[in-house]
Design a protein around this ligand. Structure first.
Ligand code: G4P
Length: 522
């Protein structure tokens, strides 16, 4: 059992759209032998250029089922890559997926540097102390000076960095990367689709000059000296404590620097860590199975209202057909066909270990955040809802179908598609999302899966934040004063709907003893 836990690496590759997440994922699968030719795993993103159409949404949902988790064996390690949606409007899904990983790889475009989404994702990693490795991609394009990029990473992402590979030139003259971690240079022939033979070269030998030319060889030696002078030696423990982020350079598209990254990743990335439950810490080595649901994906086939709930195993061994306890409902369940995912295939499994993700067939029983155990009443924490950025009133557009509509809304919210707040003043339902596309998905799915029609009406809101106070009377006084702005979330908690930054600021000033939270977990 300990051996199985030790060899597991469960992580997510995250990036601002277009930095190269999909390409890098694919190259990992290539090295892992899951696919033979890159380009086989279809892009899981909605094209950012075209305005989204329904086909794209369907494709996104369909493909995200088959590629939600990709696992492969590599050098004795069992690698589980958790896929995150490419489109920014599904960022919430990405945040949630980050709760199920033990580490992350952040891909950054060498020319664009740190972008808005990179910053947000890093904040989520920081909240959870998730160790990150940074991959600076697209070195084959004219980008910025590597030292400048490293400075920007430190400043913008607020984390110390330590380069573990170094580019030989960039742009059209990019020749590959020197592997600082292993102190060697592997030169590959660029190949977009296959893994090519590599030649190992000693950095201090004349062979280097012969391979990359005198000028580049001299520059590389100088750069490496400077790197060693500027950055302290790499400390694995500091990385695992999320205090320092190792940085790799390369070009995912051309297969440069990818294997260096993967080899180092499996060696240094943490194996499954203890998970915090409300009641206690749960260690992966415990004999009894525990796990939590972090993602639910509706099946693309509207004739079968079946979903797949993704369960991250936190401790013990998961065994098919064993009775497990769904804590929220106090119900015992057996799973006869739990699935495991491999690139585009999925297969039924008999057992799985901490760090693994199993897909459980679900016909509407699970909610995001549900805990499964062998009987213990545990509640895993760590699935925060983030304060949404866009708001609309949702209204029934077909009075004959109000039951269907309500059921649909409830289930979609349980799936975590968006958040719903009920205004306590007028009773109207407000849907909060992080992007326009989520509204389209909700409307489309309500119609197709629940046979219900909805209509959106504008509501002018700036932020929804959760409020609490130590003194119940003070909270009541606040709610009374702000009664038009008060709402309840799906768990019945108090939410303050501020219609402008000014209103929020004033409320924070006037009510010093009220705490305003921008994530649901506090
Ligand atoms: P994402 O998942 O992070 O959104 O990015 P994705 O991998 O889809 O990459 C975005 C674009 O960047 C793609 O081009 C991809 O081919 C390109 N790209 C990825 N890695 C590299 C690299 O190392 N060098 C260069 N020059 N380009 C790279 P696209 O035109 O948007 O898509 P496609 O038509 O090529 O698939």
């Amino acid at each position: 059992m300990n051996n199985e836990i030790e060899r597991r690496r469960t992580f997510a590759i995250i990036s601002h759209p277009d930095a190269g997440k999909t390409t890098l994922t694919e190259k990992f699968l290539l090295f892992g032998g899951q696919i033979q030719v890159a380009g086989a795993v279809k892009s899981n993103k909605i094209r950012k250029t075209a305005t989204s159409d329904w086909m794209d949404i369907e494709k996104q949902r369909g493909i995200s089922v088959s590629t939600s988790v990709m696992e492969f064996d590599y050098e004795g390690y069992k690698v589980n890559i958790l896929d995150t949606p490419g489109h920014q409007d599904f960022a919430e899904d990405t945040y949630r997926t980050l709760t199920a990983v033990d580490s992350a790889i952040i891909v950054v475009d060498s020319a664009k540097g740190v972008e808005a989404q990179t910053r947000k994702l890093m904040n989520v990693c920081r909240m959870r102390n998730t160790p990150v490795i940074i991959f600076i991609n697209k070195m084959d394009r004219e980008g910025r000076d590597p030292f400048d990029i490293l400075d920007e990473l430190e400043q913008e992402l607020e984390i110390k960095v330590r380069p573990l590979s170094w580019p030989i030139n960039q742009g059209a003259k990019f020749k590959g990367v020197y592997n600082i971690y292993e102190n060697k240079l592997d030169l590959f022939t660029p190949d977009k689709q296959r893994v090519t033979e590599k030649v190992e070269v000693d950095v201090n030998s004349a062979e280097l000059d012969a391979c990359v030319g005198d000028t580049d060889a001299a520059k590389l030696r100088d750069d490496l000296e400077l790197v060693d002078g500027v950055y302290p030696e790499f400390d694995v423990e500091a990385y695992r404590k999320a205090e320092v982020a190792p940085v790799f350079f390369g070009s995912a598209l051309n297969n440069f620097g990818v294997q260096e990254l993967l080899n180092c990743f499996v060696e240094i990335a943490p194996s499954p860590k203890p998970t915090k439950a409300e009641e206690r810490m749960v260690s992966p080595e415990e004999s009894k199975f525990t796990g939590f649901i972090f993602k639910i994906t509706a099946n693309i086939d509207p004739n079968h209202r079946s979903c797949i709930a993704f369960c991250k195993i936190c401790s013990g061994k998961f065994v098919r057909n064993q009775p497990y306890y769904l804590v929220r409902q106090g119900k015992t369940m057996r799973f006869s066909s739990p699935t495991q995912f491999m690139a585009q295939r999925k297969s039924t499994i008999d057992e799985a270990y901490p760090g693994d993700i199993v897909g459980l067939p679900d016909n509407g029983i699970f909610k995001i955040g549900d805990t499964l155990t062998e009987g213990e009443k545990l509640h895993f924490r760590g699935l925060p809802s983030f304060s949404p950025e866009m708001f609309k009133y949702i209204e029934n557009d077909d009075p004959m179908k109000s039951k269907q509509l309500n059921k649909g809304i409830d289930q979609l919210m349980d799936e975590g598609v968006a958040q719903m707040f009920v205004n306590q003043f007028n009773g109207r339902k407000i849907i909060g999302t992080v992007g326009q596309l989520q509204f389209e998905v909700i409307q489309y799915r309500l119609e197709n899966e629940y046979n219900a029609k909805c209509r959106w009406e504008p509501v002018h809101l700036y932020k929804a934040c959760w409020v609490e106070a130590d003194d119940a009377a003070e909270l009541e006084a606040f709610k009374k004063r702000k009664y038009q702005y008060m709402a309840k979330d799906k768990d019945g908690r108090d939410v303050f709907l501020a219609d402008s930054g000014y209103v929020l600021q004033m409320a924070q000033q006037d009510f010093e003893n009220i705490r305003f939270h921008f994530t649901s977990e506090f």
